[in-house]
Design a protein around this ligand. Structure first.
Ligand code: ADP
Length: 190
């Protein structure tokens, strides 16, 4: 199963991805985690990404597409993955489509977590990550609305998109996602 999880920062993508990866025995790939690890390790990627992330802006499409191309080409990703934090721009989505075709992966499904802005801000402030300061949060939300929200529309044209409301008990939300993945027809299917 090839999954993408979309939604604004603070929506619970990471939490739900970990649960889904375990349950479905697929690989969890979080671009935020990959980047934070690179920053901690002080690699070339980390040095490039740090200031961009701290400001709540997006790391360049070319860098991110390269990272994902490598990450999903491995043997353990072949049998399924959940992408958490990617694609974050239309360009990333279009390139991912091409990479999936090159690799012969079919049947991408998209989980889109929706949530209210005030709850997002509350959660991010509670989380206390370096990029969770008031100013950065504001910027990340506006970057999300401008650049990432259109990614859902891209997939509405061509894939199964499952919208999930992200407020409630973590396990209830997880069960709802699993039920949708297993049974429901595409929202945009005839
Ligand atoms: P959140 O979803 O809570 O905002 P992430 O951990 O997914 O956090 O990402 C943290 C930061 O890493 C982003 O604000 C951005 O700077 C960078 N990043 C992660 N994924 C991408 C991506 N696909 N494209 C560009 N930048 C990214």
């Amino acid at each position: 199963m090839y999954l993408i999880i979309l939604g604004p920062p603070g929506a619970g993508k990471g939490t739900q991805s970990v649960l889904l990866a375990k349950l479905l025995s697929i690989k969890h790939l979080s671009t935020g985690e990959i980047l934070r690890k690179a920053v901690t390790e002080g690699t070339e990627l980390g040095l490039k990404a740090k200031a961009v992330m701290d400001a709540g802006n997006l790391v360049s499409d070319d860098i991110m597409i390269g990272i994902i191309r490598d990450a999903i080409s491995t043997d353990d990703a072949k049998n399924g993955f959940i992408l958490d934090g990617f694609p974050r721009t239309l360009k990333q989505a279009v390139e991912l489509d091409k990479i999936m075709i090159e690799l012969g992966y079919e049947g991408l499904k998209v989980i889109n977590i929706t949530i209210d802005d005030d709850e997002l801000v509350r959660r991010m402030i509670g989380r206390g990550r370096v990029d969770d300061s008031a100013e950065t949060i504001k910027n990340r939300l506006s970057v999300y609305k401008g650049q990432t929200a259109p990614v859902r529309e891209h997939y509405m044209q061509k894939s199964a998109v499952f919208d999930i409301y992200g407020i409630g008990n973590i396990n209830d939300i997880n069960n709802e996602i699993v039920a949708l993945l297993k049974g429901k027809k595409f929202k945009n299917q005839d």
